[in-house]
Design a protein around this ligand. Structure first.
Ligand SMILES: Cc1cc2nc3c(=O)[nH]c(=O)nc-3n(C[C@H](O)[C@H](O)[C@H](O)COP(=O)(O)OP(=O)(O)OC[C@H]3O[C@@H](n4cnc5c(N)ncnc54)[C@H](O)[C@@H]3O)c2cc1C
Length: 370
């Protein structure tokens, strides 16, 4: 290869880094995706709900609203093309008290403004006709929401990047980068065989390590690096038959979509995630949290039997806001933000990052002028 070792280096082989690598590969660039773990997709992308979000809630015009709706449409097409499993099961947003009914109307209006397809308002009777075990005063139906095999999705992206001549390199931590005088970057990579490589474009998509990685890019303005907050969410699994076919969500809680129900692709019922702030990523599941889960779930599923919930897993959201602070948008910082040509740095790619990933890749390519 001529001037650079790679046209682009992407830091992080989660769903978002791989989607960035894919978008650049599809533009004819030779890409290297660097991953510090021994396998792809072991970070936030492996500890989430695997829900394909409709895009109902986010403020119109925000990156979250735009990229979730566009990313969802692209994602279903990608999953079809690569024969990755999904279930477009639909979702009910339920009001569990009369007082919550106006929130449904507000969400329906927001979804319309965000260009979400086929949304409808259901009466209590209409919702119960769909899901007889449900308790609610009314609901919204989002037929475009679903669940999918996120690991199969990441493997398919890896395959496409490699087929285009790119490389997804595991056990290779990004250690730092410095701008080259004629443009582009020299990247330092660690691991068993530490190496230096050059690239014209650099994209950082390291999930929970976004702040650390940006700080290792020489010339990245320190005052632009946002404070990291870690929003832990725990899940409990139902021991017994899944009660609903569709996703069931009460209206969002401050700072997150809140504990919901899903039937995973294996047919099992999972509840979560809750939200608590932690000082550092921590994946323990406290069995004592079950009490709050029973109380919350019985508002929309009174039939939940005693003793049916088992601790399952936990994930950690890479948040840019602390408790009680307004939830900000994704940050996709290109040259206009930080002044370094050829660099895009991502921050705060929490939910709906998985759903949005393919559209984030397109947005990153656009910010690089590609
Ligand atoms: C509890 C929970 C539930 C969620 N539910 C959903 C959902 O249902 N639907 C949805 O759309 N979104 C959901 N999300 C959000 C979604 O999971 C994330 O937005 C998305 O997975 C982020 O992907 P990523 O590639 O940015 O991060 P990651 O998957 O964490 O990937 C980053 C990668 O970078 C690597 N890395 C870090 N530092 C370095 C370094 N120095 N060198 C090399 N590699 C490095 C890490 O090892 C990791 O593999 C949820 C998130 C959580 C926490």
């Amino acid at each position: 290869m001529a001037e650079f070792d790679f046209d682009a280096v992407v830091v992080g082989a989660g769903a978002v880094g791989l989607a960035c690598g894919l978008a650049l590969s599809r533009r004819g660039l030779v890409v290297a995706v660097l991953e510090r773990e021994a396998a792809i997709g072991q970070g936030v992308s492996s500890r989430n709900s695997e829900v394909i979000h409709g895009g109902l809630y986010y403020p119109t015009g925000s990156l979250k609203a735009r990229l979730c709706v566009a990313g969802r449409r692209m994602l279903y097409a990608f999953l079809d093309a690569h024969q990755v499993a999904y279930d477009r099961c639909g979702k009910l947003v339920v009001a569990t008290s009369i007082e919550e009914l106006p929130r449904l109307d507000a969400i329906l209006e927001q979804a319309g403004a965000n260009d979400v397809e086929e949304m409808s308002r259901l009466s209590r009777a209409e919702a119960l006709a769909l899901e007889p075990e449900l308790a609610c005063e009314g609901a919204l139906l989002s037929p475009q929401s679903g669940v999918f095999d996120s690991h199969g999705y990441m493997l398919a992206m890896q395959g496409e990047i490699e087929a285009a001549g790119g490389a997804v390199v595991v056990s290779t931590p990004f250690e730092g980068a410095a701008p080259l005088s004629g443009g582009g970057f020299e990247v330092r990579a660690g691991g068993a065989e530490p190496t230096r490589l050059t690239c014209r474009h650099l994209v950082t998509a390291p999930g929970l390590s976004a702040q650390d990685v940006a700080g290792r890019v020489e010339g990245f303005p320190a005052d632009l690096i946002p404070k990291a907050h870690f929003g832990k969410g725990m899940y409990f699994r139902l021991q017994g038959k899944a009660p609903f076919a569709r996703l069931v969500y009460p209206p969002p809680i401050p700072g997150a979509l809140g504990t919901h129900y899903r039937r995973d692709l294996g047919g099992q019922a999972v509840f979560g995630p809750d939200l608590s702030y932690v000082d550092a990523p921590d994946y323990s599941v406290d069995p004592a949290a079950a009490g709050e889960f029973y109380r919350y779930i019985r508002k929309f599923w009174p039939g939940l039997p005693d003793g049916a919930l088992a601790p399952d897993y936990a994930g950690v959201r890479p948040k840019l806001h602390g408790p009680g602070e307004p939830q900000p948008d994704f940050r996709i910082d290109g040259e206009a933000a930080h002044g370094l040509p050829g660099l895009v740095a991502l921050f705060g790619i929490e939910s709906p990052g998985l759903t949005s990933s393919l559209a984030i890749g397109e947005e990153v390519a656009a910010r690089l002028g590609l």
